[in-house]
Structure formats: structure tokens, C-alpha cells
Unconditional design. Structure first.
Length: 326
């Protein structure tokens, strides 16, 4: 039993590490439940410094601003994968547009912290402790006129700690909503603005825990600028710049982030960004870079972050997104 408890404490400690790495629990502030929801999802987002709340990015937008899928015209299946010192994450969305009803998407997102051995009193392994977070999401988005996009995502959030050797299993489940909107200035300027409020829901409580922790609710506001006149410098080249701020709803200390994407023929993409995060140990802090390649049906994006918790621990995080449009 003592060995079981030791493995259980180790698994819980690793899960709570996601909060530190995400910058979700600065000292003096209330502990937040499901801090993994603040970890970035999607290689394009990471490459652009996670500053894309005003952009329309296909299924990747589900995790940033659900309004970003409102004008999708093709069905899409994707895998957004990442590996960090914390664990391995995979988000698998399916997007279906309708010319009459808007755009629908369903998603499964899992962060696997790894398996921990469970041993008996003699030190013999008798099973494993499986630790993971899971999100089931359903998204709806629609254009409103020619300039406005709106979207909403309903999420079921779970923390699961499953034991295969008779030791106690733990789980916690709650639900949350994400809201988002975007506005294109149209002929006034080549600019779009966006706002999203994420993770609005009931606190997460693990079974047998006397304390329920609030979800990490965040508001993100941003702008996208499509730089005009790039044809004068390079044919068939486009450049867009983005800038966002992110904070809790009280907006006491907004954290800025900036990004840029240079595209050639909309086939090859070079991205860079920077997240200005006050917590030095934050997973997403500092500079990032990404590349993208596109064909008629496939989109492949990769990105990495050059500073932050994983890099400091000797494992630079990698993000890969593969999207299939049909």
C-alpha cells in the first residue's frame, strides 16, 4: 500500500507541474484546476507566439477562438501533436461546414503524463498508474454579415488517474465554455480584431478531494494586420502581423504576445513570435519559430519554443500539426 501511495503522489505531482509550466499558478494567487488548458495547442499558433485570436486558422482556432472557424468552406480532419517535458498532447478535431447552418466541429484532446509503475512490498511491478487529462469539445461558429464571426465551444474536462493494480483510481470532471468573436474592418483598413473568453465553467474537483479548484479562465484580445504592398518586394508574397494580450478576466496584468507570418504563394510559410510572460518557468514564454507547407488538400506545420520550462529542463518542446481538407 505504501508503494501505491508513493506512485499516486508522484503522478499527482507531475499533473500539477502542468500548472507551473503554463504559468497558471503565480505565487499569491488561487490555485487553478485543469491548468493544462493553458498549454498551447497547434503548431501554427505556437510559431506565431500564440497571437492569433483575430486570425482564421481552421481547426486550430477551436482552442484559441472558436469564431476562427466561422468561414471555413471545406471539411477538415486534423491532428495537433506536441511533446514537452510535462507529457505528450494530441488534439484530434473534425470540422464540417454548412452553407445554411454554419460550421460545426467536434474534438478530442488528451494530455498524457506517462505511466508510473506500481509495485508490491517486494518491489515487483504489479501494474501501472495511468495519468492523463482529457477534453471532449463541440464547437459551433457562424459568420454574421460580411465582417463579423462568432463562435462557441462546449467542453467536458476530465482529470483521470487510472490504476491497473488494485490501487485507488481518481477522476474529476467538469464542463466549460469558450466564447469568441472577430471583426474585419474591411475597406477601412487591412485589419481584423478578435476577442475570446476561454474556460468559463464550474470548478474541477477530484474524487475524495475536499477542495475544488476554479478553472483557468482567460480573456484574449488581439489584432491582425495584413501588410499591403508586399508585391513590390517579392512576387506572390504575403505578410501578416499579429498582436494579442492575455489575462484573467480582471485584466490586472495582461501579458502581450506578438507574431508574424511570411507566406509565398500560400504554399510555404515562415513564422516567428514572442510571448512576454512574467513567470520565467512558463512553458510558453520567450521566442518561437515555425514552418508550414501546404498543398491543395494537406497542411503541415511544425514549431518550437526556444525558452521556457521544457527547454530549461533539457527537452525543447516540439509541435506538429497535420490537417487534411476535403
Amino acid at each position: 500500500m505504501r508503494r501505491h501511495r508513493s506512485s499516486l503522489r508522484l503522478a499527482l505531482a507531475l499533473a500539477s507541474l502542468a500548472g507551473t509550466a503554463a504559468g497558471a499558478q503565480p505565487s499569491g494567487l488561487t490555485t487553478e484546476g485543469a491548468p493544462f488548458l493553458l498549454l498551447p495547442v497547434g503548431a501554427r499558433a505556437v510559431g506565431m507566439g500564440q497571437a492569433l485570436v483575430a486570425d482564421q486558422t481552421g481547426t486550430e482556432a477551436i482552442w484559441w477562438n472558436p469564431a476562427g472557424i466561422a468561414r471555413s468552406e471545406r471539411r477538415e480532419v486534423a491532428v495537433h501533436h506536441y511533446e514537452t517535458i510535462i507529457g505528450t498532447g494530441d488534439a484530434v478535431p473534425i470540422l464540417i461546414p454548412s452553407s445554411l447552418l454554419g460550421v460545426f466541429a467536434v474534438s478530442l484532446y488528451a494530455l498524457d503524463y506517462g505511466d508510473f509503475p506500481v509495485t508490491d512490498s517486494t518491489g515487483t511491478q504489479i501494474g501501472s498508474l495511468l495519468t492523463r487529462n482529457v477534453v471532449y469539445a463541440a464547437t459551433y461558429a457562424t459568420p454574421i454579415g460580411t465582417r463579423i464571426n462568432a463562435g462557441i465551444t462546449f467542453k467536458i474536462v476530465q482529470f483521470r488517474l487510472d490504476c491497473t493494480a488494485g490501487c485507488p483510481s481518481l477522476s474529476g470532471t467538469t464542463s466549460a465554455l469558450d466564447f469568441g468573436a472577430q471583426y474585419d474592418l474591411g475597406f477601412l483598413a487591412p485589419v481584423s480584431v478578435g476577442v475570446a473568453v476561454r474556460n468559463v465553467g464550474a470548478p474541477l474537483q477530484v474524487n475524495d478531494s475536499p477542495q475544488a479548484d476554479p478553472l483557468p479562465t482567460r480573456i484574449q484580445i488581439g489584432v491582425l494586420y495584413r501588410v499591403p504592398g508586399m508585391e513590390r518586394y517579392a512576387r506572390e508574397t504575403e505578410l501578416q502581423l499579429t498582436g494579442d494580450v492575455v489575462d484573467r478576466l480582471n485584466m490586472e496584468s495582461p501579458a502581450p504576445r506578438v507574431g508574424a507570418e511570411l507566406s509565398w504563394r500560400r504554399r510555404a510559410h515562415l513564422r516567428g513570435g514572442y510571448v512576454f510572460e512574467s513567470a520565467r518557468s512558463a512553458e510558453s514564454a520567450g521566442p518561437s519559430m515555425g514552418l508550414g507547407l501546404a498543398t491543395n488538400n494537406l497542411r503541415l506545420d511544425i514549431a518550437t519554443i526556444f525558452e521556457g520550462f521544457s527547454t530549461d529542463a533539457g527537452k525543447r518542446p516540439t509541435y506538429v500539426s497535420l490537417r487534411y481538407l476535403f
